[in-house]
Design a protein around this ligand. Structure first.
Ligand SMILES: *Cc1c(COP(=O)(O)O)cnc(C)c1O
Length: 363
């Protein structure tokens, strides 16, 4: 077949030159310090705080534990949490894991983020918080969400797993909400193999997070219930290597993005980038007209060894273990026809062209 290519997946993790990682490994071997807020972790936290321009920052083992710690640190241990049905499963599962009830509010068709105009009518006397997601790095309506939260005395947690490096109105998107979390998983724009972080608005919340992430004690003094969320020196080492490349990574992704835009010739509907934001080019989702067309597109791509992903599918209010009374027609509809195309630094422009040639022919 003319277009036959080596397998291409939706993403491929960035790896720094191995010699640079080895230098950090040497330091780990010399110090025998493997984890527990070690020297590399401290160095990494300083660098990344500067890069993101945030305070009250905590590096933890993954983005999911960050969401769980966020709920705990804000004392949300029961009741309802208003959230979005259009996200990765971790957003909903972290709420359920903390024994709270997710209440789904439908999404905006243009940004795929929770529809802030629909939040108020889902608030009850049991509502404790809003957990919204900056889907694909596109900012939520943070202003409106903040206004509602203030009016009803609710906490706001942003799952900013996709939003590394995204700025909104000149400041880091991680700076919004009572707590924002990010994921540094191997598949994300910036990674530490596994990893994640929390950014807290207040020093008080930040101190609680610090305690909770290390079993709730300092030395022999125990203060609160905690868990193990500590990231290791190896994760910090990967972070120290990758932070040097992240601007290049984002730049390269931007370039691939623009080729997709060009070659797809506007055939597919795409989310709208908020003009007040500086984007990180984390995902390239396209909307088919309906699910059957999407399935035809996926089949053709698969025949050519190209494996995009149906992000996000299914709509989370449809999970088998969720007892949701809410229907979310916009999210369910978008989930049925959205596809994320391959996007990673090593992706060759010719491959982008092949992908687009296949997709523009789908009827
Ligand atoms: C990746 C992701 C998470 C989970 O992060 P991990 O680091 O993999 O635990 C949470 N929410 C969203 C939206 C994600 O994409």
């Amino acid at each position: 077949m003319k277009n036959k290519v080596d397998s291409i997946f939706v993403t491929k993790s960035f790896l720094p030159p191995i010699s640079e990682f080895n230098k950090y490994l040497d330091r780990i071997w010399k110090s025998s310090y493997l984890t527990n807020q070690g020297p590399l972790l401290k160095e990494f936290e300083e660098k990344i705080k500067k890069y993101l321009d945030v305070e009250n920052f905590h590096f933890v083992t993954n983005g999911t534990i960050a969401l769980q710690i966020a709920l705990r640190a804000l004392d949300i241990t029961e009741g309802e949490v208003i959230t979005t049905p259009f996200s990765y499963v971790a957003t909903t599962s972290s709420i359920l894991w903390e024994r709270c009830t997710p209440v789904f509010v439908d999404i905006e068709p243009n940004t795929f983020c929770i529809d802030a105009n629909k939040i108020e009518k889902s608030i009850t006397k049991n509502t404790k918080a809003i957990m919204a997601v900056h889907v694909f790095g596109y900012p939520c309506n943070v202003k409106k969400i903040n206004k509602i939260a203030t009016k009803y005395n609710l906490k706001v947690i942003y799952d900013a797993a996709h939003a590394f490096g995204v700025k909104y109105k000149g400041k880091s998107l991680l700076d919004y909400g009572d707590v924002s979390i990010c994921s540094f998983h191997a598949t994300k724009v910036f990674h530490t193999i596994e990893g994640g972080c929390l950014v807290a608005k207040s020093k008080t919340t930040s101190n609680k997070i610090d305690l909770i992430k290390r079993f709730g004690h300092y030395g022999d003094e125990h203060f609160s219930l905690g868990i193990n969320g500590k990231a290791s020196e190896f994760q910090a080492a990967m972070g120290l290597c990758n932070i040097k490349y992240v601007d290049q990574i984002i730049k390269k992704r931007k370039k691939i993005f623009s080729f997709y835009d060009k070659f797809l010739k506007g055939k597919f509907k795409r989310p709208k980038i908020n003009k007040d934001s500086e984007y990180n080019y984390s995902y390239y989702p396209i909307l088919f007209q309906h699910e059957n067309q999407l399935l035809r597109g996926v089949k053709e791509l698969n025949k050519n060894n190209i494996f995009p992903r149906r992000y996000f599918y299914p709509s989370l209010n449809k999970l088998p273990y969720v007892e949701s009374k809410q229907s979310c027609p916009v999210s369910e509809n978008i989930a049925s026809k959205i596809l994320c195309l391959p996007l990673f630094t090593e992706l060759d422009i010719n491959k982008v062209r092949i992908i687009c040639d296949i997709l523009t022919k789908i009827e």
